[in-house]
Design a binder for this molecule. Structure first.
Ligand code: URA
Length: 198
């Protein structure tokens, strides 16, 4: 069995926090096991909870448009969330829920071994840069634990605040160049130091 398929079975059986009680379907994540790009959102919403798939609602449609702008389909990347079950009323996941779910995301990253991790929104940004503000760090790649980490605003932010749409689109367009240059530059960079591409 493929490593991800095995992992999804384990995630589906998880009861390690209270979110498991409320879910319709668990949303483990999906995409290519050998993807170069791994996107991390926050938590499943209503659509995702119904279908058991990440980013299939309005934010997901925008994410697919963003991927298309750099010539990618969602099947070619990996898409995960910080927590795998929908929080009630779409509230933000609690620290205890994030902590309980952390092992699953760690395993996904370990299996996929992406070249670049793209955090979408504040919740997944906090996993890598706990004290940073997204308005300051979005669109700026850094190396963390040997991987390029690239913070972006959450696609849903553009649906609520139209001024962010262009910023998100521009940040996405930088990804191919960062990925190409990053492969060569990463070896020489100091851990967690900001990469200077732009
Ligand atoms: N928002 C997220 O953060 N993740 C999803 O899967 C859908 C919406």
């Amino acid at each position: 069995m493929l490593a991800l398929a095995q992992l999804y079975e384990e995630i589906a059986a998880c009861q390690d926090c209270q979110l498991a009680k409320h879910r319709t379907k668990v949303v483990p994540g999906e995409g290519a096991e050998d993807a170069s790009l791994l996107f991390i959102g926050e938590a499943p919403g209503w659509h995702e909870d119904q279908q058991g798939r990440p980013f299939v609602g309005p934010a997901g449609q925008f994410l697919e448009q963003l991927l298309a702008s750099i010539g990618l389909r969602r099947e070619e990347v990996y898409i995960a969330n910080v927590v795998k079950c929908r929080p009630p009323q779409n509230r933000e996941p609690l620290p205890a829920e994030i902590q309980a779910c952390r092992k699953w995301l760690d395993r996904q990253i370990e299996i996929v071994q992406p070249q670049m991790i793209i955090t979408l929104g504040r919740c997944s940004l906090a996993r890598y840069f706990p004290n940073e503000s997204i308005s300051k760090v979005h669109g700026k790649p850094r190396k963390v634990e040997g991987v390029i980490c690239y913070p972006m605003y959450h696609p849903a932010a553009a649906l609520h605040q139209s001024s962010l749409r262009r910023i998100i689109e521009m940040d996405m367009l930088k990804i191919p160049q960062i990925l190409a240059q990053g492969k060569e530059l990463l070896q020489d960079e100091v851990e967690s130091q900001q990469l200077r591409f732009f």
